[in-house]
Design a protein around this ligand. Structure first.
Ligand code: R1P
Ligand code: URA
Length: 235
């Protein structure tokens, strides 16, 4: 086991879906995977391995925010040999033409996190980006599944409750589609250690319009995103 994941070597597939919420990991495993086995419950951050369409896939909760997601991404890649991580998350939309339930694929991730400034000594504004092959596959499988997918940049924010909504307005002016809290760290760590990463999100809230999904909308919207994530992972 690693410091934060209880699985033995070999318990985790090379392809991992990474939802923030460990209960979403459980729901994905029980709803979509065949023969899911829970390999970790450390800190309640559940992880499962099973198969989808005959291919081994794991689903690992990563928690909220970049410090937490960094730990799981780092250990999955470096301790368990994971080759691709696909974040499956919720987000708050900034773009006015996005609606609740829409699926977004993050081509790149701006961030207010200090983690990359520390990495590059404050001298470089590193640009965390998706793996192009995974992104292209996700777009293709979404099209094949008949699910519209919006590709564009997002913001990975440290704070869920912001004191600076004016900055969100400014980012929207630059085409930033939505806000979540993990993608920049996942993209950076995957790049650093030679793995592939993609973030796929479902719009659970519209920040500018003050809208939020109800539970029925969440389930259907998240199902679309999970199917795209799984099909991308095994392609
Ligand atoms: O739905 P998840 O994957 O947790 O993602 C979003 O939801 C959490 C905030 O409610 C943050 O983790 C944010 O990134
Ligand atoms: O508004 C939102 C919704 C989901 N996740 C976020 O980080 N922000």
């Amino acid at each position: 086991m690693s410091v934060h994941i209880g699985g033995k070597p070999g318990d985790i597939a090379e392809r991992v879906l990474l939802p923030g919420d460990p209960m979403r990991a459980k729901w994905i495993a029980e709803t979509f995977l065949e023969d899911p086995v829970c390999y970790t419950q450390v800190r309640g951050m559940l992880g499962f391995t099973g198969t989808w369409q005959g291919v081994r896939v794991s689903v690992q909760g990563s928690g909220m925010g970049m410090p937490s997601a960094s730990i799981y991404t780092h250990e999955l890649i470096n301790e368990y040999g994971v080759k691709s991580v696909i974040r499956i998350g919720s987000c708050g939309a900034l773009a006015m033409d996005l609606n609740l339930g829409d699926v977004v694929a993050a081509i790149g991730s701006a961030t207010d996190s200090n983690m990359n400034r520390a990495r590059f000594d404050g001298l470089i504004d590193y640009a965390p980006v998706a793996d192009f092959g995974l992104l292209r596959t996700a777009v293709d499988v979404a099209e094949a599944q008949g699910v519209p997918i919006r590709v564009g940049p997002i913001l990975a924010a440290d704070a869920f409750y912001t004191d600076r909504p004016d900055l969100y307005d400014a980012l929207a002016d630059y085409g930033v589609l939505a806000v979540e809290m993990e993608s920049a760290a996942i993209y950076t760590i995957a790049a650093r250690y030679g793995a592939k990463a993609l973030t796929i999100l479902t719009v659970s809230d519209h920040i500018k319009r003050g809208e939020a999904m109800d539970s029925a909308q969440r389930e259907q919207g998240f199902s679309n995103m999970v199917r795209i994530g799984l099909a991308t992972a095994i392609a």
